[in-house]
Design a protein around this ligand. Structure first.
Ligand code: GLA
Length: 377
């Protein structure tokens, strides 16, 4: 369908179609920029890019969300911090590729997406990774998924100006169907941890609270700076280097305002270890680990909000095995692990609780661990 839209907009056929998924992180939140661990899965929902190279240095970008509009940029004149809106993400990828020494030029690109934006499901990383994969493929660049993830992160950090870690881009590039991705953010080592909720009689629900999630508002950057200050005060390269056994002693050496941040990061890395352990033996046992992670994000890291807390308490009271906010926080989505027979009741309870509290109705979907970025045709 969108190949026809591409033809209508640009007057010729695309050379191919590429896709990159959104993600939900099962556990390991706000650990990536502390060199720690996380455990995301890729969603079935993807950003798709249709692209064709141009030889005049123009990058022409269109989205099915803004029908008929084409943003036209000169790739040689791309500079960080402009006001391109959504187009800054694909433009940033082209900028990052060129900054890394890859002689890539212009292109016509059409974007379509079913990853909800602002829902904490990494729609921006998916957009970056779809365009990075398309560009690498079209130009025959010898770049693997890790290198593309790093370039996509650089686009977001330096071109768009959002100080995110690398988890979302790594998830979108590297996840595999039927697995969660164990990521070590220090050296980008990954391990596929088989996870098939259906085969275990489980359902993973993703509840979009519809509360807008924006990493650019300074709160995320402030948390990141707090963690870096704490590591420096403790004489450590990063908080990942603080062992759980040394946590209490370390907290005593820190100013009061940094203690909860450090407690969250250290216990969260530990929860990732526990999660990997139970996924291999008894996936239902992941539930309480999720709920403990939520409590830590709510009470120590303080990135939850009334709506995410309401989903978690309602889902658990209605019989879910466990639940937690996922992603950066300040709204966004909640991941809920529930036995198959209880899923419909949990979804109904959450919807009813939102109506009773006067919140906008949540979006509720089932998540299936899916594949990372790839060429579609
Ligand atoms: C956002 C960032 C990630 C990560 C999470 C929190 O999604 O983009 O790098 O820090 O928040 O875990």
């Amino acid at each position: 369908m969108s190949a026809a839209v591409f033809r209508g907009l640009f007057g010729h056929d695309p050379e191919g179609e590429w896709a990159a998924p959104g993600r939900v992180n099962l556990i390991g939140e706000h650990t990536d920029y502390n060199d720690g661990f996380s455990l995301p899965i890729a969603l079935e929902q993807t950003v798709r890019a249709w692209a064709r190279r141009r030889d005049d240095g123009l990058l022409r970008l269109a989205s099915t969300r803004t029908p008929g509009r084409v943003v036209e940029l000169d790739v040689a004149a791309l500079v960080p911090g402009g006001d391109e809106g959504w187009a800054a993400y694909p433009a940033g990828v082209v900028w990052a590729l060129r900054r890394a020494g890859h002689a890539v030029g212009g292109a016509d690109v059409l974007i379509d997406s079913d990853v909800p934006a602002g829902a904490g499901l990494s729609s921006s990383a998916a957009l970056e990774c779809a365009v990075a994969t398309a560009y690498a493929d079209l130009h025959g660049l010898a770049l693997g998924p890790r290198e593309l993830a790093l370039l996509a992160q650089r686009a977001e950090n330096e071109f768009v100006g959002v100080p995110c870690g690398v988890m979302d881009q790594m998830a979108s590039m590297c996840c595999r169907a039927g697995s969660a991705l164990h990521l070590d953010a220090r050296d980008l080592a990954t391990r596929d941890i088989p996870f098939d909720p259906g085969a275990a009689g489980l359902v993973l629900l993703v509840v979009d609270t519809r509360v807008h999630h924006d990493l650019g508002d300074g709160a995320y950057a402030a948390l990141r700076t707090g963690c870096e200050r704490a590591a420096a005060l403790l004489g450590l390269p990063a908080l990942r280097d603080l062992a759980p056994a040394d946590l209490d002693a370390a907290l005593g050496r820190l100013p009061a305002e940094l203690r909860p941040l450090v407690r969250h990061v250290v216990t969260e890395d530990e929860r990732v270890r526990q999660a990997v352990d139970v996924l291999e033996k008894d996936p239902a046992a992941l539930g309480p680990i999720l709920t403990a992670g939520h409590a830590s994000l709510r009470d120590d890291y303080r990135v939850s909000c009334a709506e995410t807390d309401l989903v978690v308490t309602t889902a658990v009271a209605a019989g879910a095995l466990g639940a937690r906010m996922t992603g950066g926080g300040f709204g966004g989505s909640v991941v809920v692990l529930v036995e198959q027979g209880a899923a419909a009741g949990v979804a109904e309870a959450v919807t009813a609780a939102f109506a009773a509290a006067g919140h906008t109705a949540p979006g509720i979907h089932t998540a299936t661990p899916s594949r990372g970025a790839h060429r579609v045709r």
